[in-house]
Design a protein around this ligand. Sequence first.
Ligand SMILES: [Zn+2]
Length: 244
Amino acid sequence: MQRLIILAAALALPLGLQGSEATPHWDYEGPEGPQHWGELAQEFDMCSRGRNQSPIDLVGQVDTDLPEIRFDYRQPFEVNEVNTGHAIQEDVIPGNYVSWLDQRFELRQFHFHSPSEHTVGGRLYDMEVHLVHQNESGEYLVVGLVFEKGEHNEMMDQLPSFRAERGEDPAGSNFDYNEFVAQRQHYFYYNGSLTTPPCTEGVRWLVMQEPITASQQQIQHYHDLLGFDNNRPIQPRNARVVLE
Ligand SMILES: [Zn+2]
């Protein structure tokens, strides 16, 4: 019996170590909610200490000629949908890029927040998608699009959970995402952070000014898949400037 206990303890040790090395648990409400993220782990420190955090309220302050965003997303655009416990996320196969200011950033994944995280002129939207890109040095560029309730959205209809619901192959979409995003060139630009722990700063945020529409049913579908609101509250802008 005693040997068994010792064996159990010996086996438990590496597991325990693994646990402490994994990303600490965090949440969107309660004692592990956004107000406490910075206290949950040393590596989440920026969530409370950072001065360039996201999301923020977007109001254009400086009217400039912002550079064109060139989308080069491959066809077919294959995605694999996962529930991370914090968002419904679409992992994409490698080979999709955007070019911005002569730099190439590769699309890693995109995911949804509902309601929106950024507000525009104080207005909260029904949903927001974040297209997360990284360059070779690992620097982030995130394209954000806010949604309002309205017309049915064709792009969303091609995402795996919608296709599965209709009895279609979840992975088989032929939707041209370039067409969907390339016509949108009016955007806000500011320097911010990841909106989830570890709240890493130095993220280039490009948030499209014009909202896109999705039906009430489509927006509800994503909210129900996750089961709760997953928007971090608005953060102070501090010394930053929002370009448009
Ligand atoms: Zn996000």
